[in-house]
Design a protein around this ligand. Structure first.
Ligand SMILES: [Zn+2]
Length: 281
């Protein structure tokens, strides 16, 4: 019976019976896995406050059968990222990224870079929620996560005819092809939408930014809007569904915000699987 011992983030949890929990983890060594914690709702000794969303934990468990849920014996808290739960904008942004991971990651596919990105994201959300370039950083995290999921947009030439950026003033983004199409080819891609040269240039440069520049960067409203539309169109195309956390995140990132999180903050669906979303009240 293979033992499992790893660090992980809590990305979803669902009540299962009177005392058990189905817990979705994003682990450092195995990527996303669905697990069951027997007695997890009652045992504070084996699960001492370690099952809150966003928490980074160290867990021990075992795999009884290759197709069965991983069983968790115990789960120790390493970093709670408590501040995310205490500020609405951070909380709802965090839930949006949890939903991306939950929907778009296949199970048991290791992705250490994505694990590291989640750590960077949660650290950002917990420590600098009122940073003046908050929305810009969220756009950059969106771009990073779609790249690490394998959906990196191609923004250098028309994917239909091969025409380069320098030869046409107008370009469109086609989620189906995963990149740009030129004005001449756009009629063959009815779902493509226009994207400005400024946004194309900024997104092409964004991959080369170091942390210092990321913290200083601010997008113009047009670049921010077009970047968000492009990333979300890609995520929708690859996941095949709308993200339920997206609308509420957009509302709380674009308006002035109350400070405290209302109760209840969130409930979890009774369903299990990568296409099962978080549900908001
Ligand atoms: Zn073309």
């Amino acid at each position: 019976m293979p033992r499992v011992k790893d660090n992980a983030f809590i990305i979803n949890k669902i009540d299962y019976g009177e005392s058990d929990l189905i817990i979705t983890l994003f682990t450092a060594g195995r990527g996303k896995i669905n697990t069951i914690g027997k007695g997890a709702k009652r045992s504070r000794r084996r699960f001492p406050g370690s099952l809150e969303l966003f928490s980074r934990v160290a867990f021990n468990g075992f795999i009884k059968h290759p197709l069965a849920l991983t069983r968790i014996d115990e789960c120790q808290l390493l970093e709670p990222f408590t501040a995310i739960q205490e500020e609405l904008r951070s909380y709802f942004c965090g839930c949006y990224f949890l939903e991306i991971v939950n929907r778009c990651c296949a199970e048991r596919q290791a992705n250490q870079a994505l694990f590291n990105l989640l750590n960077d994201l949660f650290t950002f959300l917990a420590t600098v929620p009122h940073n003046r370039n908050f929305n810009c950083r969220i756009r950059l995290f969106e771009l990073q996560i779609i790249t690490l999921l394998g959906f990196k947009p191609q923004l250098s030439f028309c994917l239909d005819c091969g025409r380069g950026l320098d030869t046409d003033r107008f370009f469109y983004f086609s989620p189906q092809t995963g990149g740009l199409v030129c004005k001449s080819c756009q009629p063959r891609h009815p779902a493509a939408f226009s994207v400005s040269r400024g946004t194309i240039n900024m997104l092409n440069e964004a991959h080369r930014l170091d942390d210092e520049l990321r913290n200083k960067l601010n997008f113009t409203p047009q670049v921010e809007r077009e970047s968000a539309r492009l990333c979300r169109a890609l995520l929708r195309w690859h996941s095949g569904c709308d993200f339920k956390s997206l609308k509420i995140m957009e509302r709380y990132t674009e308006n002035d915000l109350p400070v405290a999180v209302p109760e209840p903050t969130m409930t979890i669906t009774k369903n299990l699987g990568q296409n099962q979303p978080l549900r908001f009240p």
